[in-house]
Write a protein that binds this ligand. Structure first.
Ligand SMILES: [Zn+2]
Length: 528
């Protein structure tokens, strides 16, 4: 028998706990507070903040959150921990004490629900495992907590023993907690999920949660499959962060459930925050956003100019599975040397620029020349916009470069230090600044910011997020040229700029100065 899909699904974000297990992700307490604020802004139901007691950082996070430093309007803050130790008592268990000390109204407990894991890795009996859950949940409930139980390895346990999983879910609910079925190893496929969740739904009376890792590449599909069989609480991470291949990406879970299935997740009026919040959090956790991420990636609704262009312009729905604006994203036309005048004019219009025929022809010719020289405007919308503006006679007036110089010291002890000196004019004022960095781009960026910062304080919101260098064989046969791409963000929007030169510093400078000019242009600096 198939349970009906619910009308509403609770979204539980575990970026700050499970997601921060991702390789290379390291968050300060302040980062964690900022991420929690963004998740609350998006409207998720729960934010799991961390594991108090597992590390001092998480303890500090809960202390600072509790003292009012984290103000969340709607989301419930959750502390995570394990059930009491085998053979112990909840009253005297240190983890229970730490969970109480975290001061949250909500607690998520992890408990092993696979008989094999209980016997082999926990070295306990299944009866003791059930006692550990009952004792821990009862203790926390008696102390006023709402308790969620993450049933670790539930999907494996389901096939190991046809009865234990029922006993496990029964005791969780009897003690007054909500069970969450976890695919801890992340290897499940949607048809297996449908079977397991369908059967569990027959046993669980209240809210039934699911938690998927993405090792089979199916975490989002599994979450959707589970909801179709009656799960009404989905755990995952924004942008799919998490150890190994990550957790279920909540951006896609939310968009699919809401837009494809008509199920309420976050408040409907917040759906358009999906893209800005996803990018904002990527910036906080210092990860370059994935351009190909479904729904929220910059390429998610990008179309290469050509045969489709005019069709898309007439009917945007023709080649998009959803209306991009609904998730806060937008359709993007990608231009290249293959593009004709009409594609260029259309792209310009999308950027809010009006090009006349001569100007559009100029852009077409410039694109051909520049792409022949190694530029690749398909991936550099920021530089493309500046090129189009230039065609209309526009000239950036933020600064005028006199010179720059970059020196790298390689010391005997292996230390490396790069120093950049920049001389430029802002209006009539000549400015010279020197800055150090861990490489030429970093040093040039620092020097440019020092020079422009006092005049353009909005620069402090603009950051470089990624820097790519590729060496290209020059078609002109004059040796290799270097192509530099820089991704930048103002916290919510991202843009890419490009530089090409035989000299890597020159290519870097070109991409860097385009990045800053684009950022200042869109920060409203022109209007001031
Ligand atoms: Zn997990």
């Amino acid at each position: 028998m198939q349970a009906e899909a619910p009308r509403k699904v609770e979204i539980f974000d575990t970026t700050l706990r499970d997601g921060s297990q991702a390789e290379g992700l390291s968050l300060t307490v302040l980062d964690k507070i900022r991420v929690a604020e963004q998740l609350d802004r998006l409207g998720v139901s729960y934010v799991e903040g961390g594991w108090p007691g597992a590390n001092p950082k998480d303890e500090e996070f809960f202390a600072r959150a509790g003292s009012g430093e984290l103000a969340m309007a709607d989301a419930k803050l959750v502390a995570f921990g394990a059930t009491r130790k085998a053979g112990g008592r909840a009253e005297t268990d240190p983890v229970m004490a730490q969970l109480l000390a975290a001061g949250t109204g909500y607690v998520c407990l992890v408990a092993k629900s696979s008989p094999w894991h209980i016997v082999e890795t926990l070295r306990a009996t299944t009866a003791e495992a059930i006692d550990m859950v009952a004792d821990s949940v009862t203790f926390l409930r008696n102390n006023g907590k709402v308790v969620i139980v993450d049933a670790e390895h539930f999907f494996d346990g389901f096939w190991e023993d046809s009865n234990f999983w029922k006993d496990f879910l029964g005791v969780v609910e009897e003690c007054g907690a909500m069970p969450v079925l976890c695919d801890t190893n992340g290897g499940m496929l949607p048809h297996q999920v449908q079977q397991v969740v369908g059967e569990a739904r027959q046993v669980v009376r209240g809210t039934l949660g699911v938690h998927f890792h993405n090792d089979s590449g199916c975490a989002v599909a599994n979450s959707v499959a589970a909801v179709l069989r009656g799960a009404d609480h989905v755990q995952g991470c924004i942008n799919g962060y998490g150890e190994r291949t990550g957790n279920a990406d909540l951006t896609a879970v939310i968009a699919n459930l809401t837009l494809k299935l008509g199920i309420e997740t976050i408040p409907p009026d917040r759906l358009a925050l999906l893209t800005p919040v996803a990018h904002h959090i990527a910036e906080i956790v210092n990860r370059a956003p994935d351009p190909h991420q479904p729904f929220v990636g910059v390429s998610a609704f990008a179309h290469k100019a050509g045969i489709h262009t005019s069709a898309i312009a007439r009917a945007p729905k023709a080649y998009s599975h959803v209306e991009p604006a609904m998730v806060g994203n937008s359709t993007r036309f990608v231009l290249s040397e293959m593009s004709g005048r009409s594609s260029v004019a259309l792209k310009a219009e999308q950027m809010g620029l009006a090009l006349n025929d001569d100007e559009a022809s100029f852009v077409v010719e410039r694109l051909k020349e520049l792409e022949h020289a190694g530029y690749h405007f398909e991936v550099a919308d920021g530089s493309l916009e500046l090129l189009m503006r230039t065609a209309t006679g526009w000239k950036q007036s933020f600064f005028r470069l006199e010179s720059h110089r970059v020196v790298t010291d390689l010391r005997e002890d292996g230390g490396v230090l790069t120093e950049a000196r920049i001389k430029l004019f802002v209006g009539d004022q000549r400015i010279m600044e020197v800055a150090e960095g861990n490489g030429p781009v970093n040093a040039l960026d620092a020097a440019l910011r020092k020079a422009l910062g006092p005049v353009h304080p909005e620069l402090s919101r603009i950051h470089l997020t990624d820097f790519k260098v590729r060496v290209l064989e020059s078609s002109a046969g004059t040796g290799a040229v270097t192509r530099v791409l820089i991704d930048s963000t103002d916290g919510e929007h991202t843009w890419t700029t490009i530089g090409v030169s035989e000299n890597v510093i020159e290519a870097s400078w070109e991409a860097l100065s385009d990045s800053i000019v684009y950022g200042l242009l869109h920060a409203g600096a022109l209007a001031r």
